[in-house]
Structure formats: C-alpha cells, structure tokens
Design a protein around this ligand. Structure first.
Ligand SMILES: Cc1cc2nc3c(=O)[nH]c(=O)nc-3n(C[C@H](O)[C@H](O)[C@H](O)COP(=O)(O)OP(=O)(O)OC[C@H]3O[C@@H](n4cnc5c(N)ncnc54)[C@H](O)[C@@H]3O)c2cc1C
Length: 388
C-alpha cells in the first residue's frame, strides 16, 4: 500500500501554494478594508489565473478548462483555502452543471466562462426556500417560443460581477418540473433588489435579484425540464469537497500563525508556548487537522475513482460536515492563542475565523449533511462510512 502523492501531485500542490501565497495573499487587506476588490484588482487577478493555468480547473480541456480530476481539484482548493476574504473565488470555475450544456450553449456560455471573459452565478435559494428548494416559487411559464421567468432569488454569490445567472425555476409552478435557465443579467426585468452585508468580507457580493417576467427563448434551458434538482446533485459532491479542502487549508494557516505567534510571545517571563494550556491547544489543532486532512485526501481519491453516485454523495456530505466543523474549532483556538490580537481584523486568524463560519451553512447546512449521512446509514447500512 502506498499513500504517497505522485511527483505530479506534489508539483501541483506546490504550484497552488505558490499561487495562493504570491498572487492572491497580497490582496487580502484590500479585500478586508473595502469589503471586496476593485475592478482593477479583479482584472489583474483574472490575468494571473489564466497565466498560471488555474482557470476552470473543473471543466474539460476541450471546453477551455484544465480538466483536473476531483483529487487534483482538491489539492488546489486546499491551498486556496489559506487565503482570506474568499479571494479563492477569483480563481474562476464555471458551475459544474454547465458541462451538460448543448454545443451552442457551450459556445455562448461555458467556453467564454472557462476563458474568463464571461462569469456565471447560480441562483436557487429564495426567501422561503433554503434547505428545502422544492419550496421555490420562482416559476418559468411557457410562452409561444420560450419561457417567462418570475420570482426572487437570495444570496446570489458573484451576482455583482456575473453577466449571466443560472436560475433554478419550476416550469408552470410545478416542483416536479424543476429546470435551470441561462438568464443574461442585462435582460429587461432582471433587477438587483438589494445587496446585504455579511459577516465575512468577500471578494464579491451576494445580491438579491428580482426576475420580473423575464422572457427567455427555448434555447436558454440547460438540460431538460425536470432535471433541475439532478443537475445540482453531482455538483454538490464537487462543491462540498471544495469546501472541505478549503477548510483544511484555512485551518492549516491558522495553526501555522498561532504556532509562530506562541513561539515569540512572552508573558510572565517565558514564551507562551511553554504554558501547557497553549501547547495543548496547538496539539489539539494539529491533531484535528491531521484527522480531517487524512479523510480529505483518502475520500477525494476514492471519489475520483468511484462511480456510485449515492456513495459519493454520502461521503462528500460527511467530509464537508467534519471539515467545516473542524475549522471552526481550530480558528476559535487560534483566536484564543493570539489573545487581543486574535480579535483584530488585520490578523489572518481573525479573518479566517469569520470567513469559515459560512462553511457550516452554504451548500447545505451541517444539519442537512447529518440528514444525508443518517439517511444513507438507514438505507444502505454503515459501510459507506466505515468500510474503506
Ligand atoms: C454567504 C452566502 C452565500 C450563498 N450563496 C448562494 C448562491 O450563490 N446561490 C444560492 O442559491 N444560494 C446561496 N446561499 C444560500 C445557502 O445555500 C442557504 O443559506 C443554505 O442552503 C441554508 O438555507 P437557509 O439560509 O434558507 O436556511 P434554512 O433552510 O431556513 O435553515 C435554517 C436552520 O434550520 C435548519 N434546518 C432546516 N431544515 C432542517 C431539517 N430538515 N432538519 C434539521 N434542521 C433543519 C438549518 O440547518 C438551519 O440551521 C448562500 C448563503 C450564504 C450565507
């Protein structure tokens, strides 16, 4: 048995680490101080993403992406997770379901998105439909030559800079006929309702949108009517692994920073790392990261090889649950070790503490992940989680 990374994987991991630290990290304080990045900074990063070949790591080479496996994507995401302000999201990757686009849609949307000249956002959540998206009331009513979309979407990440939105809507108001539509943001009837502020300072915004009788053609339907929920299912595996990887990367940076601080900070005449209270916190942080990272690497590898969708879905839920809760505990200890400095926004530890809170909420809350894991145990037994 050999769990060692190949030379190629080690090279990719090192390249992603350099990219994160050298290219993205210098933008952290701009993002923190301005609650986002200027258009000039976003354009400069866009160029770097292309030249380092980190654009569209999740999409096929023939569509302009890097064609990375789930395992390779994980290696990159782990390093991106070190960066605060969610600047990782500037490393653009088109939403997973775009790979099911028709050839014409690929030319109009996917390929330019892989090349960084267009940007997508994905809108499912509504005021009364979060964990239970079947409650969505955004509807797509059939017209003579297409659909008329009406409704409201919340938390549309990247909605400020995206030029088109993938909108989840129920055809003729029927949740069994859920579908996803390409909606260009400049169409009449697409309106930003408001742009709330959030706990984190994020490279982009999460506006709320109103779709007021927006007319789209038949050619704007992604996949088929009724595919709306299926299109997002496989995406959840990829997205949840991405979150888990970033949580491990963020936790690792917090441990490094807390360890360095504890080594040089002196109180009562000695380094605070020599107080067992601090030493034990560092030990617990390291052990928790080690457990999460072992799970992350092993399961990402398995999922890249495995075709059983249900098994992958259950494992990705378990991984997202564990890693997102782990990073919360690690960040909390990191803040404690830094003392008053740990409460300052200029500290990466403080920013990661805030930034990673959302990882227990989006792409399915921790409670929803537990429901998925518990449901699989009931239906398929415990093997998915223990026999590997
Ligand atoms: C910063 C941010 C960015 C986001 N970006 C996007 C985006 O780009 N596109 C998009 O579509 N959405 C996005 N979301 C929405 C996100 O996916 C939802 O917030 C999330 O799915 C939870 O839905 P909700 O907020 O409506 O909470 P609710 O579903 O109302 O849940 C409230 C609480 O009830 C619990 N709960 C709900 N159902 C159950 C149950 N059956 N059993 C036990 N507990 C339950 C939840 O776990 C939670 O604790 C974003 C959210 C945030 C905060």
């Amino acid at each position: 048995m050999d769990f060692a990374l190949s030379r190629e994987h080690l090279a990719l991991q090192a390249k992603a680490r350099r990219f994160a630290d050298e290219v993205l990290m210098p933008y952290e304080m701009e993002c923190e101080d301005n609650d986002g990045l200027s258009a000039a900074s976003l354009a400069a990063i866009n160029q770097q993403v292309l030249s380092w070949e980190f654009n569209a790591i999740n999409q096929a080479r023939e569509d302009g992406g890097q064609g990375m496996s789930i395992f390779e994507q994980m290696l990159v995401d782990e390093q991106l997770g070190r960066i605060t302000g969610a600047i990782w999201d500037t490393v653009f990757r088109p939403a997973y379901p775009l790979r099911f686009a028709s050839q014409a849609q690929k030319h109009e949307y996917l390929i330019p998105t892989c090349l960084g000249t267009r940007r997508d956002a994905y809108a499912i959540t509504e005021a009364d439909a979060g964990s239970d998206p079947r409650q969505c009331v955004t509807r797509a009513d059939r017209t003579g030559n297409g659909f008329r979309i009406s409704g409201e979407k919340w938390f549309v990440t990247v909605g400020d800079v995206a030029d088109y939105i993938l909108v989840h809507a129920h055809v003729d108001g029927d949740a069994d006929r859920a579908a996803v539509f390409f909606v260009d943001k400049n169409l009449p009837g697409v309106v930003v309702k408001r742009t709330p502020k959030y706990t984190h300072h994020f490279a982009y915004k999460h506006p709320e949108f109103i779709f007021d009788q927006v007319e789209v053609g038949e050619d704007k339907l992604l996949g088929r009517i009724g595919d709306g929920f299926e299109l997002t299912k496989d995406w959840f595996v990829e997205a949840r692994l991405g979150i888990a990887a970033r949580c491990v990367g963020g936790a690792t940076r917090v441990l490094e920073e807390a360890n360095a601080f504890a080594a040089q900070r002196t109180q009562f005449g000695k380094s605070i790392r020599d107080f067992q209270a601090i030493e034990f916190m560092l030990a617990d942080m390291a052990v928790e990261i080690m457990a999460a990272k072992s799970m992350l690497y092993r399961l990402s590898w398995d999922i890249s090889q495995e075709s059983d969708r249900k098994r992958n879905h259950g494992r990705a839920a378990a991984l997202k649950l564990y890693c997102s809760e782990m990073v919360g505990r690690v960040c909390d200890r990191g803040v404690q070790i830094l003392g008053g400095r740990g409460y300052m926004r200029e500290q990466a530890v403080e920013r990661l503490w805030r930034d990673t809170r959302v990882d227990r909420i989006w792409e399915g809350t921790s409670e929803i992940q537990r429901i998925i894991v518990g449901g699989q145990i009931k239906k398929r037994g415990t093997g998915t989680f223990t026999e590997w």
